[in-house]
Design a protein around this ligand. Structure first.
Ligand SMILES: Nc1nc2c(ncn2[C@@H]2O[C@H](COP(=O)(O)OP(=O)(O)O)[C@@H](O)[C@H]2O)c(=O)[nH]1
Ligand SMILES: [Mg+2]
Length: 360
């Protein structure tokens, strides 16, 4: 709010001057009578003018457009709150301030991709609570709820395992496998023995892509074409700490056969099987749902989220994570092998989401 003083012979005329200049969204702050040097008694009033109104009246609307959207929103909320309390006094209205704050914050989160049903569920219990009186408090409350709902799956190489990577073509499976192979073999506190199995017999060029990475990193790799080949490869690679399996080009049903194979071979090998869904942060909510529908029957252990570097807007992804409850294991944040990989963290997701909210 901006403060300005108006002077007239009586308080009413001074207030009328203020209204004429700024309209009726002003608030009276103080009024006093003073004897001026010329002996005249005059009345001084101080009024508070909302920043947006002040800028509109003094500088025109262009400047207002330039103000950052969040400041405008906060201004708008403050204004709505003060108008509302005036209405309450004069009209005995039963509209509560909380409703205004709730609906403002709800529309902000909705614009960022969070589902109305989830927001309603979170806010249902807040009627009459002090949290709903202040938009900043309410925003942090919702961020806290998102934080609580998200799950991280910690990295754990304490027992030998077979990690399968599933998901549609182009989501970043091969690139992520190459990054993880480098990480496990070279970049951790102790080196793990890593082998790659590539099941991609359908997509021309894909075998070469994984082989290329494996050769550079001097990591053992085997290409197999069918379930029998897979079983033999698993047995041959028995002594490795980690076996990473690229399933590119296969249908989810063929993948299921492979998973059964691991179960079958595993009775002797005693390796854990982990199925990781690879999902880009960049796709539409409906596409995320389709991918989940296609692959969830494989009993997913974790989701690896890729292409964080390609979007600023994480609301859709967060909304998906809130709805489907999958633990996140790794984030891929670019194309560089092995650098652009990090262990999944809620903090990283929330920080980026807050950045997006702050941008309005
Ligand atoms: N910008 C960006 N590109 C990625 C990321 N991960 C993978 N890619 C690219 O996405 C394309 C498909 O990746 P690929 O690993 O071949 O996907 P796959 O078909 O699932 O194996 C390639 O051009 C990768 O370089 C990422 O995190 N960020
Ligand atoms: Mg691939």
């Amino acid at each position: 709010m901006i403060h300005e003083t108006f002077v007239a012979s009586d308080p009413k005329s001074a207030y009328t001057q203020a209204v004429e200049k700024y309209g009726n969204r002003i608030e009276l702050v103080s009024a006093r009578q003073l004897q001026y040097e010329d002996g005249e008694l005059r009345c001084e009033i101080e009024v508070a003018i909302p920043k947006t109104v002040y800028m509109q009246m003094t500088m025109g609307t262009d400047t207002v457009c330039a103000m950052d959207e969040e400041a405008l929103l906060m201004e708008e909320i403050t204004l709505l709150k003060s108008q509302l309390s005036q209405m309450k006094e004069t009209l005995q209205s039963d509209i509560s301030e909380n409703d205004v704050v709730i609906s403002e914050v709800k529309s902000l989160f909705k614009r960022k991709g969070i589902a109305e049903s989830w927001l309603d569920e979170m806010m249902n219990t807040l009627a009459g609570s002090p949290i709903a009186e202040d938009s900043k408090l309410l925003v942090s409350y919702l961020l806290g709820e998102i934080d609580e709902a998200l799950k991280e799956r910690p990295e754990d190489l304490s027992t030998p395992k077979v990690m399968m990577f599933v998901g549609p073509t182009g989501t970043g499976k091969t690139t992520t496998i190459a990054k993880l192979a480098a990480r496990y073999a070279y970049l951790m506190e102790r080196p793990y023995s890593v082998a790659l199995i590539n099941l991609d017999s359908y997509k021309v060029g894909a075998i070469e892509q994984l082989e290329h990475y494996a050769d550079i990193m001097q990591i053992d790799h085997v290409a197999v074409e069918n379930v029998n080949g897979f079983q033999e490869a698993l047995e041959a690679l028995d002594s490795y700490d980690v076996i990473l399996v690229d399933t590119a080009g296969m249908s989810p049903y063929d993948m299921q056969k492979l998973i059964h194979t691991v179960g079958y071979v595993n009775s002797d090998l005693l390796k854990d099987l982990e199925v990781n869904l690879v999902l880009p942060a960049t796709i539409k909510y409906e596409d995320m749902e389709d991918i989940y529908t296609n692959f969830s029957f494989l009993n997913l252990d974790s989701v690896i989220i890729t292409k964080f570097d390609e979007t600023k807007h994480l609301g859709t992804l967060l909304n998906f994570m809130l709805a489907y409850d999958l633990p996140m294991s790794y984030f891929s944040i670019g194309q560089e092998v092995p650098d652009d990989l990090r262990i999944a963290s809620k903090e990283y997701l929330l920080e980026r989401f807050i950045g997006d909210i702050d941008a309005g």
